[in-house]
Design a protein around this ligand. Structure first.
Ligand code: SAM
Length: 284
């Protein structure tokens, strides 16, 4: 069992990109009344206390969420994302950070469902407790599996309403995660060709990153691919200098929204002159 705990990283620059895109996708799915499912293969704990020792250890949110909070004006995509974060911080101070399951729960209507996979026993326990505190509706709409999300995804597809968003957000602590992510996407598309699949990946100095991206870009399904670099890679090759979001069957609005957002986001989160972004798409 690996030791990754998302609490150390909550609200960092990678969460900002991932969750801004995720909120946009959820908003898009809510434009229609038809029900949908959200399947989160790597759920984490759900909600994070930014005042905890873990969050404060490296203070990663200082170079992510905090930088946005200080901005005078911002693109609508970031405004929407911050609205969601601020919902969990009614006092106006960003003490809590919502992970992907919490952003999904906020978006779900009565008719929608959430399926969560979290393999780490302690993290799954925290998630279960957090979920109970959200109340009866959240518990009714959600099924939590303490299991491998790569394996479990197959059992959820296609979702009964034939509308669905799958978010695949491994820690990539195990380098097999790159291969498993690609395989999950392949199998997911076979079972549910019209589903939206959002894949997060880290920009670290590993050849597996480029291999994953190249393989995803070769898929015949429409996609939007955004990456955000905040600084130059460290000399020792460790650490996250950026991240990417690869969205298959994206909302048709996503590319334009990212086009209007990434220059601002990159300028706001930049840590040195190697900061930048990329944005590509393959239309249908
Ligand atoms: N998606 C979350 C969010 O955006 O708030 C963060 C998830 S975190 C990057 C990855 C999580 O996946 C960790 O909590 C880890 O314990 C869990 N995990 C690792 N391998 C897993 C697997 N094979 N299946 C399900 N969960 C796994």
């Amino acid at each position: 069992m690996f030791s990754y705990r998302h609490a150390f990283h909550a609200g960092n620059h990678a969460d900002v990109l991932k969750h801004a895109v995720f909120v946009h996708i959820l908003d898009y799915y809510n434009r229609k009344d038809n029900p949908y499912w959200v399947i989160d293969t790597h759920a984490g704990a759900g909600l994070y206390d930014l005042r905890s020792d873990w969050a404060l250890k490296n203070g990663e949110f200082v170079d992510g969420l905090d930088k946005l909070l200080g901005a005078a004006s911002m693109p609508p995509m970031i405004e929407r994302y911050l609205e969601e974060v601020q919902h969990f911080n009614p006092d106006g101070v960003a003490n809590f950070y919502p992970g992907s399951p919490w952003l999904a729960l906020r978006a779900l209507r009565d008719q929608d469902r959430l399926r969560l996979f979290e393999m780490h026993p302690s993290e799954a326990d925290v998630l279960r407790q957090n979920l109970k505190q959200q109340g009866r509706d959240a518990v009714r709409q959600t099924t939590l599996y303490q299991a491998d999300g790569f394996d479990g995804l197959k059992s959820q597809l296609p979702p009964p309403p034939r509308r669905g968003i799958t978010i695949i957000d491994p820690s990539y602590e195990d380098k097999q995660d790159y291969r498993k992510t690609l395989q999950a996407v392949h199998e997911g598309l076979k079972r549910f060709a019209t589903g939206c699949f959002a894949v997060w990946y880290p920009l670290v100095q590993r050849r597996e990153v480029q291999e994953l991206v190249r393989s995803l870009e070769r898929l015949k399904t429409p996609w939007v691919h955004a990456s955000l670099t905040v600084r130059k890679p460290t000399g020792d090759g460790f650490g996250l200098h950026g991240s990417g979001m690869f969205v298959l069957n994206p909302p048709w609005t996503l590319h334009a929204e990212l086009d209007a957002t990434l220059p601002w986001l990159s300028a706001t989160l930049k840590q040195d002159d190697r900061a930048g972004f990329t944005l590509k798409q393959q239309a249908s």
